[in-house]
Write a protein that binds this ligand. Structure first.
Ligand SMILES: CC(C)(COP(=O)(O)OP(=O)(O)OC[C@H]1O[C@@H](n2cnc3c(N)ncnc32)[C@H](O)[C@@H]1OP(=O)(O)O)[C@@H](O)C(=O)NCCC(=O)NCCS
Length: 175
């Protein structure tokens, strides 16, 4: 059994849609990836294959902070999502492995910080903490403990003005 993680290739587009359809039990996340790709908003799109068949996928897209007075470089981060593993392959460490590979990739380690909406128990091990700790709010109505931010190791700790709001790409508004 050989697992390989690498950037998506054109042949992976349909399998990626299928991974998210099966992982989430709906089409929204696959459509989101498709739209981010079409609008050239995929900062990173990684696929894990098992014997050449895609079984896990993760995407990152750029996000911005409204009302930010700081430099454009610090006002722009990366959003993790979606991440999905085919149900048959879940619980074998592939999710953790693809998240780690993505965070260590050149594309993402060059961003100052990353955000996501997800389980603190899952993402805390990668250094994600409540974004409210840094003064950042999410544009979506989500419980604050699920809106998480990770500072890239070695990067400056962002300190947002209280109440500054994180904005996702428009494609996320239709999820
Ligand atoms: C979430 C998901 C990507 C994790 O991938 P996976 O390959 O099943 O997970 P792994 O085998 O790498 O294990 C990840 C670890 O996180 C834990 N974990 C997995 N899903 C979790 C969840 N939703 N909440 C909290 N912890 C979770 C596991 O128990 C495991 O912990 P352990 O190492 O202490 O045993 C995968 O289960 C999936 O595709 N789920 C459906 C889609 C989804 O919910 N995506 C994430 C949205 S934020």
């Amino acid at each position: 059994m050989s697992f390989v993680t690498q950037p998506e290739r054109p042949d992976d587009h349909n399998p990626i849609t299928n991974i998210h359809r099966q992982a989430f039990g709906r089409d929204n996340e696959g459509r989101l990836v498709h739209r981010l790709r079409r609008e050239r908003q995929l900062l990173l799109s990684l696929v894990t294959t098992h014997d050449n068949a895609p079984v896990a996928h993760i995407a990152f897209s750029p996000v911005t902070v409204s009302g930010s007075q700081r430099s454009a470089a610090l006002a722009t981060g990366a959003a993790l999502g979606p991440v999905g593993v085919l149900p048959k392959y879940q619980g074998q460490g592939l999710g953790l492995q693809i998240i780690e590979a993505a965070l260590e990739s050149e594309a993402i380690s060059q961003t100052p910080w990353q955000v996501l909406v997800g389980e603190p128990a899952l993402y805390g091990r990668f250094g994600f903490q409540a974004a409210s700790k840094y003064g950042l709010k999410c544009e979506f109505q989500v419980p604050p403990e699920y809106f998480l931010l990770r500072v890239t190791p070695g990067a400056a700790t962002p300190s947002f003005e209280q109440g500054e709001t994180l904005h996702y790409h428009n494609a996320f508004h239709s999820v």
